[in-house]
Design a binder for this molecule. Sequence first.
Ligand SMILES: C[S@@+](CC[C@H](N)C(=O)[O-])C[C@H]1O[C@@H](n2cnc3c(N)ncnc32)[C@H](O)[C@@H]1O
Length: 442
Amino acid sequence: MCDGETAEPIKQPVRSDEGTETEQSVKRTRRGEKFTPANEVNLHGNDFEWVDLLKELSSEDLILYQQIRQKCSEKLQRVHNELISVRKVKKCADCFYPLGHDNNVGVLEVTPTSEADAPSPASVPAQCSSAAAEHTHDPQSWERHYMTNKQHFPVKNYIVHAFPSLIPRMYPGQSHKEALDALCGVSSTSDASQQPPPPPALSYVESVGGRVVMEAGCGTGSVTHPLMKLFPKDTFICHDVSGTAVDILRSHDVSKLHVAQGGQLETFVLDLSRGGHALTAAVEEYCMHSLGNRASKGNTDFILLVFVLSAMPSLQHMVHALRQLRSYLRPVTGRLLFRDYGALDHNFFRFHRQDNMFLESSLNFLKGDGTEQFFYDIETVHELFALSGLAPASETVYHCNRIVNRKNGKRMDKVFVNGEFCVAPLPEDASDAKDLKNTKTD
Ligand SMILES: C[S@@+](CC[C@H](N)C(=O)[O-])C[C@H]1O[C@@H](n2cnc3c(N)ncnc32)[C@H](O)[C@@H]1O
């Protein structure tokens, strides 16, 4: 199960880790999941301020956090330098160094090339360091995860609250709540008396038509399925490294209903951290025939990346995955919707104190089932996305939830990082432009 989420049955209004849902009208599917209408769900992310959590850290934890933050910056600076130097010999935005054109890139950890890469004794737990040095990323770990865990990630009914741009406004000035209520077939009364009557609302289909939504690392559909229920005319392209997860998503009743009602769904298995043009090749093979132009590069309205990037083998692989996705995003209006584990999360320190192996070369934690996990601070997210030609389209924020154990009073602070991104220039293009300008002035 996804850390920081709960599959506990929801009783009278009660808070899950990421959202509240009311029992009223919660329906269970054959598989036992609960789909709650999106307008009856709230997303709780403001139990405390991230900066206050930072202030409360012990000096030991603060040093640990600062060391990791510093290493992220250094690693990303090296990726940046490599991008700029490789650009001089190769012109391909999707598949820059070091992952090549051949779709067959290994995912071994990056060999330390400098002293700065080498494990620092201060941050590697002594009992783990030799094992960490031997560890290689295991691309089969997620497949094993889905084959052995029959209980999957809980349905994210809150997803349209995390990413408000998913909800189209049907007329200017319509609020998110009004638009959501209208989509869910409820008429909003809020503020109605104070505002001029809205112009006649277009139906959803008239106003939006069918958008293209891609989900990378879709798992069994915990994000896609609530969206399918809200947007029956949208086209969904879902992929994941695990074939078992993709099969479960595809064979789910909600997917079948979506297709039966005329919506489109294409799925495929893909390791997005692999190099070359893996995504392009897969889209061409599995989507072009049925979706035509909608599956072309630059035509995707939304790309969802929810708790996926943190599972990639290194920051370099994350940049490469993001670049492949970026090439499908619609310029100007397209949005890449990113949600993942945040720095200072309870588990970040718990993993450090327990037996979880910290992989110095990737700054990931290795979990018991062989999957890996990274924790993001907002600066790292912005540096990483900038290297991938993506800029924030709205404020990137931490969502902070506090869970207190009623029996022992112990506190668990969950931190998620949440942001929407749009296509921006690639750093090497900006560097080319600067070179050109300098040449002209020379
Ligand atoms: C924590 S789960 C999240 C699943 C889903 N997005 C959700 O929010 O419920 C991480 C997902 O990322 C997928 N994943 C991990 N590494 C991947 C990779 N290199 N390429 C594609 N998918 C990957 C896993 O198989 C898994 O389904």
